[in-house]
Design a protein. Structure first.
Length: 139
């Protein structure tokens, strides 16, 4: 399952989705809202996307992960909403027979998401200022 969501992401539900009798490993990644960027206090992040294209790109990343790594299942969700500090913006779960493939595929997926998926975030700071962070910026 790969999708854009507006509701909170459940990492345990993502893990359940990739469970497989042949899996010796399930690796998860939760991208969370941190409280500071470049020395400025962050109070929340707002995520926006071109949802149709973003889901298409997420599916492509899932397909690429399957082609590049010997994994069994992959699930990706990216949340489009305003999140407080600690909120999960992206969740990835990968199962494989052995842990290296699951780790590698999970890392590949998050790096590709940050680089290629048309999702933008606006950081809202404690001083009342805001700043857009563009895809591919590494943040």
């Amino acid at each position: 399952m790969i999708r854009i969501v507006t509701e909170p992401i459940s990492m345990s539900a993502l893990s359940d989705l990739v469970a497989d009798p042949g899996a010796g490993a399930i690796v998860t990644f939760a991208g969370t809202t941190r409280n500071e960027t470049h020395g400025k206090q962050v109070v929340s992040l707002t995520y926006e996307a071109y949802s149709g294209m973003a889901e298409k790109k997420l599916r492509e990343i899932g397909e690429q992960a399957r082609a590049r790594f010997p994994i069994l299942q992959i699930a990706i969700e990216h949340r489009i909403a305003t999140l407080d500090v600690g909120g999960i913006s992206v969740g990835i779960a990968v199962s494989s027979a052995h842990r290296p493939a699951a780790y590698d595929a999970c890392r590949f997926a998050i790096e590709a998401i940050k680089e290629d998926v048309p999702i933008w975030k606006r950081e809202i700071f404690a001083d009342g200022t805001e700043e857009w962070v563009h895809p591919g910026s590494g943040c």
